[in-house]
Ligand binder design. Structure first.
Ligand SMILES: [Mn+2]
Length: 316
């Protein structure tokens, strides 16, 4: 599949890139690395996203190249989608007008694109774009390598999560050598750049901690007014989730983010042999085995009750 993707790229000149709605560091870092690779190859790439990335992801090198909005009606010979190939995932409404390649590592990825290169064993799409870069024989400049390293470091929780493989570590090591940067430079940008207000917000979210099902489940929630009182627009919440799921003995973490009245985005994280994806799919969501998400309509108490019932069923 990698060879086919590389072949399509070699044949095209005008190439659009887009990643998913509510972009994370993997989708932005991988997309920017690909954008810079295409430029180096003499192509004319353009990167469109429907949603802006939260701080500090917006500080990744080359972020200023990303344009806001729809790919259409411009002409592109090829559209490359990072982590998800359909309108629901990308927010792009006219994908049917283009030849699309979807590069993803979510087992639940759609197969709507013309070529779907989906590798669930990859810890991050950054690993796949690295492989693609080798196939295309590009020179891994500092910015290309930095973005790919950031993508992998982010999706593996700095190489701590269960998705981390020997390949993740080998690729990361190679990227630091080729790019001439230290792992600390990436950590500093991604993890040591928190605005003070985010830490204040974090204390509020963590104060909602509630345990359930013999303390095997931890639940936290985020209310919209946490942000308005702090004058923050949007915030990256992955590290808040990571803190709550680190509690000894917790197998499942549920994070409820209030989007609108009686409407929540639910993130589910799990350990060992508990499938977060199975729960998410029940609510028409998706994700990975240990990290998945979905939307829930109803009040918070109803959401907790219904989801805990499903979690309890999987415990048995
Ligand atoms: Mn990812």
């Amino acid at each position: 599949m990698k060879v086919r993707v590389a072949e399509k790229i070699r044949q095209a000149n005008n190439i659009a890139i887009s990643s998913h709605v509510r972009p994370d560091a993997d989708s932005i870092g991988s997309g920017l690395a690909l954008f810079l690779m295409l430029r180096q190859m003499g192509k004319t790439p353009a990167f469109f996203n429907t949603d802006p990335a939260p701080y500090p992801i917006s500080r990744l090198p080359g972020y200023e190249h990303i344009r806001s909005g729809q790919i259409d009606p411009q002409t592109f010979e090829l559209v490359i989608l990072i982590e998800g190939g359909n309108e629901e995932r990308t927010g792009q409404k006219n994908l049917k007008n283009y030849f699309c390649i979807n590069i993803d590592h979510h087992a639940s990825s759609s197969d709507d694109a013309d070529i779907n290169w989906v590798v669930p064993d990859a810890a991050a799409v950054g690993e796949l774009v690295y492989e693609l870069g080798l196939e295309l024989a590009v020179d891994f400049s500092r910015d290309i390598a930095f973005n790919l390293y950031a993508a992998i470091a982010s999706d593996t929780g700095s190489f701590k999560y269960s998705n981390t493989t020997p390949a993740s570590l080998a690729i990361a090591a190679d990227l630091t050598i080729r790019g001439g940067f230290t792992p600390f430079e990436v950590s500093n940008l991604l993890f040591n750049s928190n605005p003070q207000e985010k830490i204040r917000m974090l204390t509020r979210v963590l104060s909602t901690l509630e345990m359930a099902l013999d303390e095997r489940v931890a639940m936290i929630h985020f209310q919209r007014d946490f942000l308005s009182r702090l004058k923050l627009k949007d915030i990256e919440t992955e590290d808040i989730i990571a803190i709550a799921r680190s509690i000894d003995g917790v197998q499942v973490l549920l994070f409820f983010k209030e989007i609108a009245d009686n409407y929540f985005r639910v993130s589910i994280r799990s350990r060992d042999n508990f499938s977060a994806r199975l729960v998410a799919q029940t609510f028409h969501g998706g994700g990975h085995y240990h990290a998945a998400g979905f939307f829930f309509s109803g009040d918070l108490a109803a959401a907790k009750k219904e989801i805990l019932r499903l979690v309890a069923a999987q415990f048995q």
